[in-house]
Design a protein around this ligand. Structure first.
Ligand SMILES: CC(C)(COP(=O)(O)OP(=O)(O)OC[C@H]1O[C@@H](n2cnc3c(N)ncnc32)[C@H](O)[C@@H]1OP(=O)(O)O)[C@@H](O)C(=O)NCCC(=O)NCCS
Length: 170
């Protein structure tokens, strides 16, 4: 569990399924991340719980400290196919424009570079996802490579450990 000035970040659980389905039902979110039936969402949340158990980190619900509202998801996702850890961010559209995604991801970067051995973290972003690119760039991520994710072109951004001069290459 992480706390920032305005946010509480706590592990995403299978019983968040209602909020998770509703988050991905917004067209502005599903456009880039897809939408899920309840049973698909349960599968994904089960995988999130598995990653938490296996690696001691994972994706979190973002709650507003002032109200307790569930406003989105952020945290760490391990990609076995790339052997890389991604910092993820998604917000309900009615919570865009307040800096919450940047605040949550910044807290994960601080935590990740403190607690994990990784020399860099990634953010995988579709070229048309300009809001997400702005979040990545504000945090200091830079394009590392072009890749394909779920059959769609994706830019893999990376942010290196402070002081690491290899620019995100391992
Ligand atoms: C990607 C996504 C999380 C970005 O949301 P966002 O609200 O633009 O990002 P933040 O919460 O960091 O807010 C930043 C914006 O708030 C503004 N802002 C207002 N108050 C602020 C504050 N106190 N601190 C920082 N920024 C603030 C910033 O100027 C910025 O606006 P700008 O980009 O127009 O300059 C959101 O668009 C989303 O959920 N998209 C769908 C899911 C998705 O694509 N996820 C990413 C997959 S790669």
């Amino acid at each position: 569990m992480l706390e920032t000035e305005r946010l509480l970040l706590r592990p995403l659980r299978v019983d968040d399924v209602g909020a998770y389905v509703s988050l991905h039902a917004h067209e502005e979110v599903s456009r880039f991340l897809g939408s899920y039936s309840r049973s698909e969402a349960l599968d994904r949340l089960t995988a999130v719980e598995r990653q938490w158990a296996a690696r001691g980190h994972g994706r979190c619900a973002i709650e507003l400290r002032s109200t307790g509202d569930f406003i989105g998801v952020s945290g760490l996702r391990y990609w076995e196919s790339f052997d890389e850890v991604e910092i993820a961010w998604t917000l309900r559209p009615d919570r865009w424009g307040h800096g919450y995604a940047t605040e949550a991801a910044g807290a994960w970067l601080d935590w990740g570079f403190r607690e994990l051995p990784d020399r860099y973290f990634t953010a995988m972003i579709r070229p048309a996802n300009t809001r997400s690119i702005r979040v990545a760039e504000r945090l200091g991520f830079r394009p590392l490579r072009q890749d394909t994710l779920f059959d769609r072109p994706t830019t893999v951004y990376s942010l290196s450990r402070p002081g690491d001069r290899d620019g995100g290459m391992r």
